[in-house]
Design a protein. Structure first.
Lengths: 604, 253
């Protein structure tokens, strides 16, 4: 099938599946709903695999409605965009299979609603990754949001999920208004909504305040979705309360789509003359990325609620992804793309395994579960492997992505690789520490700390109401397969080469414009080969070793009281900022927008 | 963060953002000039497809894919509301009470309900010709049925709008938009490309796919809004905390 037909199918198939499930779901038995949802998710994966095959390492376009780009909407698939859509589709398939026997879905009138919303979520993600139109991207961004808010609040019996979902919805919707304002300003200036044509039109002007402000406003919603500090506060609150399968999708790919959107909008619209100067973007976004990575790592280390721990580790990794794309080099994009793919699979696997703990023990508290999961050997081994993958152990995809991004970052600022090593070591160590305590009962039982501003993971609702049954085989199996996929990202020979080309395509404004307008694309410069290097393997091993040491020290050693006090006095104010109050989060959102405006105005 | 600090932080930051926003807007092209970059292209394209209402042409032809996304957002919002407002384990259902209504109010409903329905259908059906269309007409249609609640009571409304049927209608109309898009693909064109005869300009049958997609959205919006309101009304009138759970006592102030 032609690529121009496959592109819209990647959105239409999940939309149709969702509508079908909503219509006939209530008449089908649970198995029927599962089969229908799995078939739809599988068909979307096939569609995207065929699309990547048909498009090769080039660009495929679809002019929807047969209209040219300055009138209608054009979908564009390049290896990075289509690859990210494929990651979303693979994770959706994994989540649907994971939920087969796990999830206590409402029945009767509401049967089929949960998988239907998951499929709408998927359509939002694939549409967002494949569109070449700014307003269309906004529409799919909102579709993603609508589905995600509802899915986050799924456990209606408990107040906490509703609170988390409400915070998520309010912060994201406010940011979406900012983006809409920004889109309107850009449209007023250029008369175009197509990304490439808006970029071409900007080149005839000479930038200035409207362009800068438009860029900051458009980025706001994307940075909120990406959970970049100080826009990140909603994420741990939503992840702590959302059903496990939904966490797998949000952490695995939705958050990363925010980073992708920022990079795509910058490259296609604002990177040329009359836009936002590259040195300003590089400085501001590297700063944002490094701050996010460090704040995420510190907060991750101090969590005992396992889902919050994983959520902060996602924030921390997003900081590294932002740093990678902020380099504005093809190698930075390639490294980040590999890193996102490896991280998405590993993080989804870790959330899946945390779901096993929740299912068995009704708790996700590192302290409360101390030694209780000794019986779950396989799950424990997988958990530790996931922690090592997060730390960037070769040959996992996270390790390869980290190595390529590190090398690209090191050629610009020699100290940046240290941030990559440190952050992946700390987040990996936090997971390993939790695994050692929960599955091995290692070290003394941690004492409760009632005076600390922290969220325990006790008293969580198990997600199924028949606790006296065997563990469904799908839960550990899906998690193990996801870890295997993360390994494949690092070892499959063709992938790094294809994404190497993808990095070149992603940063090639002229080629993107040519593909959209249907003129001949300029030939690609020879793409650099990205593969394992000696230094990359060494740094990967170093961060994995550091992670093991840190975890062992945390479990075994008792820090001197003075040291603990200094750490606590430094970290407690940061932890108190994560207050759970929507008003605080909105204030920080405004501060972030103001800071970005000021920074870009100063660096113009 | 104390409430006071929060207000300060927000005020200062909002002032900075506002300053930048005003400065940016002052440098944007002015309103009311003769230059309409997208407008000019869209009018030409709409006339070429014999659609008299250019706004509908943008919504259902030129940028129909946006509308597919938007109606999916509404569809998702309806599903999400169904999920979040489902009766929880600690809630029970009871039938809404019958209510006494003034005869004049009842007369008002009996006269206005059919009238409002006709207006809604008119607005949907003429979307390709005159201002209005599926989104607006759909909301009018949904509102029309709720006159039954005002002029009678909830039991009557439940007879007029069986929410299970509208649930199904919502899904079918959402799917039909996608199916028409795929039909364009099957007939050899692009996704959502017109494959029907364009008809005569300014006639009811004109604009090719526009009236059909418009109708699909009209049905989707009408049934979606009906189902959405139904969930909220159910929550207010029929869902109660279970008898076992004792009501928390009011604290004396």
């Amino acid at each position: 099938m032609q690529a121009s037909a496959l592109l819209p199918l990647a959105v239409a198939v999940p939309l149709l599946g969702a509508a079908l499930l909503a219509v006939i779901g209530r008449r089908l038995p649970r198995v029927g709903c599962d089969v229908l949802a799995t078939a739809t998710a599988g068909a979307t994966v096939c569609c995207l695999v065929l699309l990547l095959g048909a498009g090769g390492t080039g660009r495929a376009t679809a002019h929807l409605g047969g209209w040219p780009a300055d009138i209608g909407i054009v979908l564009v698939a390049d290896p990075v965009g289509a690859g990210l859509a494929l990651l979303a589709a693979v994770l959706v398939l994994a989540v649907i299979v994971y939920s087969w026997r796990y999830f206590d879905e409402p029945s009767g009138q509401h049967a089929g609603v949960f998988p239907a919303l998951i499929l709408l979520f998927e359509a939002g993600m694939t549409g967002f990754a494949l569109t070449g139109d700014l307003f269309n991207a906004f529409v799919f961004f909102e579709l993603m949001g609508t589905a995600a808010y509802a899915l986050t609040g799924h456990h209606v019996e408990d107040r906490r999920p509703l609170h988390g979902a409400l915070t998520f919805a309010i912060v994201n919707s406010l940011a979406a208004y900012c983006s809409l304002l920004g889109i309107a300003m850009l449209y007023a200036r250029t008369g175009q909504l197509n990304l490439a044509l808006a970029g071409r039109s900007l080149a005839t002007g000479h930038g200035g305040v409207p362009v800068t402000v438009a860029f900051v406003l458009i980025s706001t919603a994307l940075l909120v979705k990406a959970a970049v500090v100080p826009f990140h506060f909603w994420l741990p609150d939503a992840h702590a309360v959302a059903p496990t399968p939904v966490c797998m999708l949000m952490s695995g790919v939705m958050v990363e789509l925010g980073v992708y959107g920022t990079a795509r909008v910058y490259w296609t619209v604002f990177a040329g003359p009359g836009g936002v100067p590259p040195h300003a973007f590089r400085t501001v976004f590297t700063a944002l990325g490094v701050i996010t990575a460090l704040v995420g790592a510190v907060m991750c280390w101090h969590q005992r609620h396992l889902k919050r721990l994983l959520a902060f580790s996602t924030i921390s990794h997003v900081g590294l992804f932002v740093t990678g794309v902020a380099l504005l080099t093809p190698a930075g994009v390639t490294g980040t793309a590999l890193y996102v793919a490896g991280h998405g699979c590993a993080k989804a696997a870790l959330f899946g395994l945390t779901g096993v703990l929740l299912d068995r023990y009704g708790s996700v508290d590192e302290y409360g579960l101390h030694g209780r999961a000794r019986g779950l050997r396989l799950v424990g081994v997988l958990y530790a492997v996931g922690g090592l993958a997060l730390a960037g152990l070769p040959p996992f995809g996270t390790g390869l992505g980290k190595a390529v991004a590190e090398e690209a970052a090191g050629t610009w600022q020699p100290w940046l690789p240290a941030v990559f090593v440190l952050v992946s070591a700390v987040t990996g160590a936090a997971v390993l520490r939790a695994a050692a305590r929960v599955f091995l009962g290692a070290g003394p039982r941690p004492q409760p700390r009632p005076h600390e501003p922290e969220t325990t993971g006790e008293g969580e609702e198990p997600e199924i109401r028949s606790p006296r049954r065997a563990l469904p085989a799908t839960m550990p199996t899906v998690s193990a397969l996801l870890l295997l996929l993360s390994l494949l990202v690092g070892t499959a020979p063709g992938l790094a080469v294809a994404l190497g080309r993808g990095g070149e395509r992603f940063t090639d404004r002229q080629g993107y414009l040519a593909a959209v307008t249907g003129t001949a694309e300029p030939a690609l410069r020879g793409a650099a080969e990205h593969t394992w290097t000696g230094s990359g393997i060494a740094l990967g091993l170093l961060s994995a070793a550091l992670a093991c040491l840190l975890a062992a020290a945390a479990v075994r050693l008792r820090a001197p009281a003075g040291f603990s006090r200094v750490v606590a006095s430094a970290v407690t104010p940061l932890r108190r900022l994560h207050s759970g109050l929507v008003g605080d989060y909105v204030a920080w959102l405004t501060v972030g927008v103001a800071a970005l405006c000021a920074a870009f105005a100063a660096l113009r | 963060m104390t409430a006071r600090l929060r207000v300060w932080l927000f005020t200062v930051a909002a002032a900075v953002v506002g300053g930048f926003f005003v400065a940016a807007c002052r440098r944007l092209p002015p309103f009311g000039t003769a230059r309409h970059p997208y407008g000019a292209r869209a009018v030409t394209a709409a006339l070429a497809h014999r659609t008299a209402n250019v706004v509908s042409s943008v919504n259902f032809d030129l940028r129909a894919f946006d509308t597919l996304g938007e109606e999916s957002i509404l569809f998702g919002a309806v599903l999400g509301t169904a999920l979040l407002l489902r009766p929880a384990r600690d809630e029970s259902l009871s039938r809404a009470r019958t209510e006494r209504v003034l005869p004049t109010t009842r007369l008002f409903g009996v006269l206005l309900l059919p009238l409002a329905l006709v207006v809604g259908v008119y607005i949907v059906a003429h979307g390709q010709l005159s201002p209005g269309g599926g989104f607006q007409g759909g909301v009018v249609l949904a509102t029309a049925l709720h006159l039954a609640y005002i002029a009678a009571d909830y039991r009557v409304l439940e007879k007029v709008r069986p929410s299970a049927a509208f649930d199904v209608a919502d899904g079918i109309s959402a799917a039909s938009f996608t199916v028409m898009g795929l039909a364009g693909l099957v007939s050899g064109g692009a996704f959502l490309q017109n494959f029907l005869p364009l008809g005569t300009f300014n006639q009811l049958v004109s604009g090719g796919l526009v009236p059909l997609l418009n109708a699909a959205v009209g049905f989707e919006v009408a049934s979606g809004v009906i189902v959405l309101v139904a969930h909220f009304l159910d929550q207010a009138l029929e869902v109660h905390p279970s008898a076992q759970a004792p009501q928390p006592e009011e604290h004396p102030t």
